[in-house]
Write a protein of this length. Structure first.
Ligand SMILES: *[C@@H]1O[C@H](CO)[C@@H](O)[C@H](O)[C@H]1NC(C)=O
Length: 308
């Protein structure tokens, strides 16, 4: 370290010599004393810098790195940043994630949509609602069915700013690119309407041509339902009666692991396991609505890009 102190000492000597040389001249003394004060201040500043640098090198003093106090690997800070970044219509309530099952892998994103976004999607879809169909597992074509009695419509992917914001948010939360998703499907169930238990993955060749197999589903509830209308997983492993809302479930809801529709909440579940095998525990259905109306929106996501 002595080398670092060499400059200020030289500077001090220089300053001293300067003052001797200036002797005998009016103003020279003043100029030289000014000069030596200047060098003194300069060298002290320099030494302070050196000391500070040494302290920093030994980690005794550190510069503030960012205003965010959470470490970059903290998942909750990552999620918070996503939430803050993604725009959208209206103001969303407090958002939090709940793991409800690992077999199937199912999670609830509470307050995923704002009330304004839910109302917007319902308003967009209302003029186009048609009786829902199911996919015939033999021919791969759509057909009418008694197992699914709702009405619904598809909204083209990226059709407007609000839809694009929601689709971006879905991609952020599922880690599946926007391009892998089908258009949002909006569904309406009136009293008595339901969707019997089924898989979202396909067992035919026809439906996997575009985008490959369906990997996961995000089901967003656009309305509250007074009674019934739960999403139920009859093949879920684990204690189905341990959910907080067990006592509020309909008879149908108690047949499996159930999620009660709540406006703005989103249910994410995976049809495929991490090893890409089909997960039969993802069997699920929509219980009949007993009181009220159920509006929901589904985003199906595929293994590969889904062309629209
Ligand atoms: C399931 O969970 C409920 C509520 O937490 C509890 O009362 C019950 O004993 C559990 N059943 C089993 C088999 O663990």
């Amino acid at each position: 370290m002595p080398i670092r102190f060499w400059f200020p000492i030289r500077a001090l000597r220089f300053g001293a010599r300067g003052s001797t040389m200036a002797k005998g001249r009016y103003g020279g003394r003043l100029r030289s004393s000014k000069w030596s004060t200047f060098t003194l201040v300069l060298s002290m500043l320099f030494m302070l810098t050196v000391v500070l640098l040494m302290l920093m090198a030994f980690g005794i003093v550190s510069l503030p790195e960012s205003t965010d106090d959470s470490s970059p690997n903290d998942l909750s800070s990552f999620r918070r940043r996503i939430v803050e970044r993604s725009e959208g219509l209206g103001k969303r309530e407090k958002q939090w994630t709940e793991v409800i099952s690992w077999e199937p892998r199912a999670f609830i994103y509470h307050n995923f949509l704002s009330k304004e976004e839910c109302d917007y999607l319902i308003k967009l879809a209302t003029p186009h609602m048609a009786k829902s169909t199911v996919v015939d597992s033999k021919t791969g074509k759509s057909k009418d069915s008694r197992v699914r009695t709702s009405s619904g419509t598809f909204l083209r992917r990226g059709r407007d700013k609000v839809v694009r914001d929601i689709e971006k948010r879905i991609a952020d939360f599922t880690f599946i690119p926007v391009e892998h998703g089908e258009g949002l499907q909006i569904l309406h169930y009136e009293v008595g309407q339901k969707y019997d238990a089924h898989f979202d993955y396909f067992l035919d060749e026809f439906n996997t041509k575009n985008g490959g197999q369906r990997i996961a589903t995000l089901l967003m509830y656009l309305s509250d339902v007074e009674e019934g209308g739960e999403t139920v997983f009859p093949a879920a492993k684990g204690n189905i009666s341990s959910v907080r809302w067990w006592n509020e479930l309909s008879e149908c809801g108690k047949q499996g692991l159930a999620v009660k529709p709540k406006m703005g909440d989103a249910l994410l579940f995976w049809s495929m396991r991490p090893d890409a095998s089909l997960d039969a525990s993802s069997l699920h259905g929509g219980c009949p609505v007993i009181r009220g109306n159920k509006w929901s929106s589904t985003k199906w996501m595929h293994l590969e890009e889904y062309k629209v």
